[in-house]
Design a protein around this ligand. Structure first.
Ligand SMILES: [Ca+2]
Ligand SMILES: [Ca+2]
Ligand SMILES: [Ca+2]
Length: 328
């Protein structure tokens, strides 16, 4: 049991060490967008991971629309269990730090005729760059967030998707959008960000004004194929880098030259099994993490679940940038 818990923590820790979201993909039946609206530009000021089962429910959305099934947030439930299993692994603090310091900058644009009541509202999400003012005063700034005060300007990061949108509506200040496709981008510790497409994505933002919103959520389904081809190799890279720091890769089993009590020794015990050869393969990583990632969504409707649902909290403040011409 201890082994299970530790590998579970390892997986989620790796996954969540930098969660950023960005756009990418098409919409489907989320309605049409009225191009006569005006741009209302925002920057995400907080991303909230579920920290327990109740929050996973609160931050989840009904992704599959199945009768009597309600909110879907399978991966959120996994994230929400971390607090109980590993109180010293504060995933939320890690995400907060990246938002505060501007290493995660997410821009949102609501194309709408009105922010109180409107149909045909389009939501685009971009990756941001070049905050003015800069996020932190200097290296001694422990608060930062200077770019999240409501008056900052940004540019759209090169490589940011520009075609991700959710069509929706605003009723009494509440934006509801989707389904559509939005890509979450996750940056593993020290690794390149990987794209994680959310299918059937939905978003809800409460009490939207030109100044932003303080309560909202976004969610969707991550296909098992994307988990296998995007997430597992990235976790593998992170694990291998860490393993290499205190063990001899390709060394002599069973110890592999691992320094006692260091992370590498733990990773060896978790992952280097088949074969036990002092190297950790993607297949060995897959064997461990797949036990925690049980699909709960049937994207292709063949009766077998093939994707994991995820919902997280998102709030935003006003931020100035020039959105690209909307791709409707
Ligand atoms: Ca559901
Ligand atoms: Ca091995
Ligand atoms: Ca299926």
């Amino acid at each position: 049991m201890r082994l299970v818990n530790r590998s579970f923590v390892c997986f989620v820790g790796a996954l969540s060490l930098g969660l950023i979201a960005c756009g990418g993909g098409d919409d489907d039946d989320g309605g049409t967008i009225d191009p006569t609206g005006t741009n209302n530009t925002f920057v995400v000021s907080a991303l909230n991971l579920p920290e327990n089962a109740a929050e996973a429910m609160m931050l989840g959305l009904d992704i599959d629309g199945k009768a009597n099934d309600g909110v879907d947030n399978q991966l959120g439930m996994v994230l929400g269990s971390i607090g109980a299993l590993a109180p010293d692994l504060d995933l939320q603090a890690s995400v907060d730090e990246q938002v505060d310091q501007g290493s995660i900058i997410l821009l949102a644009n609501l194309l709408a005729k009105d922010l109180t009541n409107a149909s045909g509202v389009g939501l685009w999400v971009y990756l941001g760059d070049n905050p003015t003012p800069a996020a932190c005063t200097d290296a001694n700034d422990m608060v930062c967030r200077r770019h999240l005060a409501g008056g900052a300007t940004f540019s759209i990061a090169s490589g940011s998707p520009t075609d991700a949108k959710l069509a929706g509506r605003i009723v009494n200040g509440k934006y509801t959008g989707g389904p559509g496709n939005v890509t979450l981008q996750i940056a593993l510790a020290g690794g390149t960000p990987i794209d994680l497409p959310l299918q059937r994505a939905r978003a809800e933002f409460n009490s939207v004004t030109a100044a932003g919103w303080t309560s909202g959520k976004i969610g969707g389904a991550i296909s098992q194929a994307d988990i296998n081809t995007q997430v597992v190799p990235a976790i593998g890279d992170t694990v291998r880098t860490s393993f290499d720091e205190t063990c001899d890769v390709g060394g002599t089993p069973p110890n592999c030259g691992c320094t006692a009590g260091e992370t590498g020794e733990t990773l060896r015990g978790l992952f280097d099994k088949t074969p036990n050869d002092c190297t950790i393969t993607d297949a060995e990583v897959q064997a461990v993490v797949s036990g925690f990632l049980t699909s709960d969504i049937d994207l292709d409707g063949d009766g077998t679940n093939d994707a994991l649902s995820l919902g997280i909290g998102v709030s935003a403040v006003a931020g100035t940038y020039t959105p690209p011409a909307p791709i409707l």
